[in-house]
Design a binder for this molecule. Sequence first.
Ligand code: FES
Ligand code: FES
Length: 146
Amino acid sequence: NQLDTLYRQVIMDHYKNPRNRGELEGDTLTVNMNNPTCGDRIQLHMKVEDGKIKDAKFLGEGCSISLSSASMMTQAVKGLSVEDALKLSEIFSAMMLGKEYDEGDFDLGDIEALQGVSKFPARIKCATLAWKAMEKGIKTSSEDGD
Ligand code: FES
Ligand code: FES
């Protein structure tokens, strides 16, 4: 239907013109994460200061779903507090599981284009790759006492 077509266009746009792809100067943490089912990997760089994600960029290779999701994720978490970034990640997980989700005060923006992935269980790991990297980065850095 039309909605799916629109969503597909948003995904392809992020894949072809990824936002925040590249090196990040002044990053405070780097996370490597791979999708064990295909071996694709991304490297996420974030600048986290005063409990806020000041900047986020990624490198790596993967399929259209994983790279568009990384593009959308970096766009969405920039400027959020680490708590909010983790909350947003929970919302995204619920979306991927095909569960009801309440976006609360978040502006999901382009992320909603990935909703349909929940219908393709084999691709869920592609869509969550970048989010898992973000969560791991935040959780590891808070364990360090930053
Ligand atoms: Fe082709 Fe992932 S490698 S869809
Ligand atoms: Fe490898 Fe999607 S097929 S991340």
